[in-house]
Design a protein around this ligand. Sequence first.
Ligand SMILES: Nc1ncnc2c1ncn2[C@@H]1O[C@H](COP(=O)(O)OP(=O)(O)O)[C@@H](O)[C@H]1O
Ligand SMILES: [Mg+2]
Length: 307
Amino acid sequence: MPDPVGDALELVTAWAGRPVTATVIKGGLSHHIARLDSADGERWILRVLDPRIAATGLGIPLEQEIDNTVRAASTGVGARVVRVLPGAVLLEYIEGTTLDGPAVGSMIGEIAAACRRLHAGPRFVNDFSIFRKLGELRELCRSRGLAPPPGYDDVTPVAADIEAALARRPLPSVPCHNDLLAENLIATREGVRIVDYQLSGNNDPCFELGDIAAEADFDPGQVARLTRAYFGDDELLPRVRLNLIMSNLTWTLWFVVHQGLVRDRAHPDFDYTAEAADKFAQAVRDVEDPAFGRLIDLAGGRTPRTS
Ligand SMILES: Nc1ncnc2c1ncn2[C@@H]1O[C@H](COP(=O)(O)OP(=O)(O)O)[C@@H](O)[C@H]1O
Ligand SMILES: [Mg+2]
């Protein structure tokens, strides 16, 4: 039976020159993560990458993830890369508290500051488009016979409308994380740090904000506060709200694919199918909202339609 964590641990022990104990962290949904402690009090994070995550498009290729992690670390926001091992990476252990949904809502200013710092840093080695990712995951569902939640195909044409509206006033891309759920944010005394560059790539900063809002179930007031905290005003709020919809629509399929193709790595306490249904229901709610057409007009720089 292959034991990728044990193999990586042996390499770390040889490198450290002293015994190291591993404590598995169950928080993550994809890879094998462990906290490592040496007897003399040093501590690291070992991230052993499951190659199926990149192979199924649930994450970027491993070399890209590692290169981007090094770049994110150079801004002070990401964890420092201590050592790159075959199929694994040893990271600085960040002392702090991993956030949960409500904590994200109460730390909007700090999270916006961390994003600005990351986005002002060196560009990542790859580009990322949520529209291409949606297409990729849909194709994968089709070719592998995985069923999205009922009604999914009736709703997805709105993605083309959103893409066309956003393309009318394009924004320069910046190095984005693209997966800012609470568990990838760690509050420390020096500010919020960001881990897990599995889906990172240069992208529209409004996707980063919309994705944070979608993952933390923000109400419209919180979405506006996040937009203001990042940009200084809320001119781009319609763009952030359309990206929020794209996050829910696309990550619905992330859970469908994870459930279908890497089930054995699934977190035992996590219901991937229920999560897919929940994200899809939120996308439907926003697309069926009478204000949706107005968002499309405003984001594309057109005079909003009246109804
Ligand atoms: N460098 C780090 N320092 C401290 N804790 C970390 C670090 N990296 C990850 N963690 C913790 O481990 C959890 C899972 O790690 P993560 O890299 O997000 O894995 P996954 O790709 O499986 O989501 C995080 O939610 C966080 O609590
Ligand atoms: Mg994570």
